[in-house]
Design a protein around this ligand. Structure first.
Ligand code: GRF
Length: 208
């Protein structure tokens, strides 16, 4: 059983999908959410944690002098709960050295586009405005760049003729919830091996 620490700044629908998967879904017996950390006291993610009895803590950036002190406070909260894997789920800040060095190879993120296309904010709007015919989501390991770490898995969705940002975002979000849970299951089973930029999934392709 691995302990997950989820960092969320807002709505928390990915957090909800992860909690549900741990409670009675595909992650049951494999992982549990041991801590939720938010930089935003208004985050809806905090209410979701409370409803499921998951310990949640607010660590505000402005309460700390620099990014290092801020991240040290986050690391302390995660360590206190014995967190093994840190999952960013709508966490609206770049992650720095302190957090990455505390959890080497153990920080993952979900992004609502097929990276390396459309990193950063408003990825769904970027895809629409670019005229992409296909978009989707990416679960990846986190490095100090913006959505730039090694890719664990991706799911594609069509961009439809009549899509707006909301309809495309909703279609992608459904895939996000499944993909994030799947990536966590792979990690919890020890099936992810990273060599350089490539993430190998042990056992995959054997049947071919
Ligand atoms: C998701 O689209 C995620 O991919 C992005 O931010 C959004 C967070 O949504 N990083 P939620 O807070 O999980 O509902």
């Amino acid at each position: 059983m691995i302990n997950l620490g989820v960092l969320a700044s807002g709505r928390g629908s990915n957090l909800q999908a992860i909690i549900d998967a741990c409670e009675g879904g595909p992650l049951h017996g494999q992982a549990r959410v041991a801590a939720v950390v938010s930089d935003n006291p208004e985050a809806r993610a905090l209410g979701r944690a409370a409803r499921h009895g998951v310990p949640a803590v607010v660590v505000e950036r402005r309460a700390h002098k620099g990014r290092e002190a801020y991240e040290q406070a986050i690391v302390a909260a995660l360590r206190e709960r014995g967190v093994d894997l840190v999952c960013l789920a709508g966490y609206m800040r770049l992650v720095g050295r302190v957090l990455l060095e505390a959890f080497p190879g153990r920080v993952i993120n979900i992004h609502p586009a097929l990276l390396p296309s459309f990193p950063g904010l408003e990825a769904q709007r970027q895809a629409l405005e670019h005229g992409a015919k296909v978009s989707g989501c990416t679960v990846h390991f986190v490095d100090e760049g913006t959505d730039s770490g090694p890719i664990i898995l991706q799911r594609a969705v069509p961009v439809r003729e009549d899509d707006d940002v909301d309809s495309l975002s909703a279609r992608i979000l459904e895939e996000e919830h499944r993909a994030y849970v799947e990536a966590i299951a792979l990690h919890a089973s020890g099936l992810l091996v990273v060599t350089g930029r490539r993430v190998h999934i042990l056992g995959e392709g054997k049947e071919q």
